[in-house]
Design a protein around this ligand. Sequence first.
Ligand code: BGC
Length: 750
Amino acid sequence: MLAGLMGFFAAGCSDATNTAPESSKDAFIDSVLSTLTLEDKAGEMTQLTLDMVCVKEGMNVDEPHRLDPEKLKHVLVDLRVGSILNCAGHAYTPEKWHELIGGIQDKATEKPSGIPVLYGIDAIHGPTYTTGGVLAPQQLGLAATWDTALVRKFAENAAQEVLASGIPWNFSPVLDVARDARWPRFWETFGESPRLVTDMGVAMVKGYQEGPSPIAACLKHYMGYSRPLSGKDRTPAWIPERQLREIFLPPFAAAVEAGAATVMVNSGETNGIPVHADRHILTDILRDELGFEGLVVTDWEDIRYLFKRHKVAADYKDAIEMAIHAGIDMSMVPTDTLFPVLLAELVREGRIAESRLDESVRRILSVKYDRGLFDTGGMPPSIEDYPDKASLEGTAARAALESMTLLKNEGQHAVYPDQPILPIGGTGRILVTGPTANSLNALNGGWTGTWQGRNPKYNTPGRPTAVESMREVFGADRIDLAELDMEFGQADIDAVTRSLHPRTTQCAVVFLGEMPYTEFKGNVETIELFQNQQDLVKAIHATDVPVIGVYVGGRPRTHSAIEPLLDAFLMAYLPGDYGARAIADVLSGDFNPSGRLPFTWPRHPSSHLTHDCKHTELNEGGFNPQYTFGSGLSYSPVQTTNLEILTGESANMGDTVTVEVTLQNTGDRSTTETVIVYSQDRVASITPSVDELAAYKQVVVPAGATSKVTLDVHTHNLGFIGRNNMYIVEPGYFGLRIQDQFAEFELIAP
Ligand code: BGC
């Protein structure tokens, strides 16, 4: 049948890419839709996991994966399934992906409709399931670069490898705004600021969809997923509409505006309603308000969960009816074959209108059309076209470097006692220890090689661990490794301190943090740093050897008891395959760090403050996190003075306010400085935040140089969600702050 479709397509338009005029695309989709039976449509709306078409012994898929011809026929030809996802367990070579996807698409030609399968995957920080792919930092680290151009470039590169693996659809980016460090998917986000998440998200969507090898982006998890009351994955969130619109909606709205092709739904419940059954969120807001015309896919098994877990539906059929009416287009079923059968039954029984299925199928076909599947049959490109890794590595390595965020640098330098401890100079021995010192998995985090990212078998061959890069950069003879796993105890700590050479060990670099996890596997009862890691720091400090802490992890563990014992502290996030070298280059001073924290690091496990907290949250102790949002030091400090508003003491609604500051590099190295402007609404009808991120800009300030920089603050961005849940900008006085510099202007009513 595919040949027929392609024939029609060739006749209908001359250009076989997504640049074809909308009308010919619409005509094509209309014509395909008109040929589809109810069963074809229900099948198109079904997404199954790769396991479902592979040879399996009981619960276990045979290794390496092989397509099972019988299952493939049942799924594609009998059930007419429109989409397959994921890796069924772990990464494969591009050649193996081609074999699997080629086999699937081959069989898809036998579907009564002949429509190719839309394959989707979680390639969230590069081609995470393609062996040997180029893996950049996870999103939290990307956000710490504050460099949207770099993030866009990273996404373009990732798209090249994902598409070359034969996969046109990426379940990325995560646009959840991280407001609670306990949440085990904190590291998958761009941090706590709706504005930064928005900018990064738009950059990533454009990178995926508008680069040289475009793939479809998927915004997830729409919406309100990241702030469950308990901090645990997929537990209830209570988020008033005002906060939903103020904090959680803006990144999705902007990414929809930027043309994102698909959206994945939040698996949790918000205000007592599972989002998969929430028509207000999925249709009133997403379709009617934001004007999203793309494809909405569920998250994993979430329609079934409406009756199994959430108990809002009596049975599977009830659940399907509910989800489809709420606004779902495609069900990530993903492990049963009942969904399409029951969906068709619901239509036959008159419980769902067939025209409702037409809407969804039209959106699915539109994504398939835009990805060129009707031309290629969804067949992977030639393996010879796989991009040259060398051309992609620079961006990933650069992103790892730019993400490195130096949060403390005091202590005493080995050679120059009046200077901070970093960069490590001298020639003495360096003790390297801690559970994340010698693990590539720790640097990459979850969704890498495997779902939990813990199996070294699927690591990129040849990429170094942190200690390996330290040996390269400092010389192997200077590095003493005292290896520890996460479970180490007092005896191991005693062994570490015994291995110190009091006269020749210049400093200890202690790699703290967490080993990979994602989703519920990363739920915790406290975010305090593991006791054994704190004991390790205490024990080394007690020997008088200076301690440099490097944190490899994706959520801020509190460590206020040992923080004073650290002479320096470097936040490395989950920097990916090129992270080890980035850490070593920062510690050695080969790279002058420029990363800025994209969240507020709490001082205590129960403090969940953000930079945009309310005045009443400052309380007696004041706003006193361990490290504030936007923190980050360099080796050549830049002083900020003379904040001035160039546009005068007042501005009219809609105007742009221009601020200027003087930057003075007081050191002897060129520094990339991120200038961050916060706005402060003095009085408002909804309690204003202490600070709101209003604008930011990166500038390079050469060694010893003084320069002026201007930034624009758009007054239409100075609003909030008002009492009627609508966005409003109120006139009155506004403060602007950059570091400790303040200025004020009046916004005049129209
Ligand atoms: C996760 C999604 C992911 C999906 C497919 C779910 O469990 O919540 O983020 O895209 O699985 O792998």
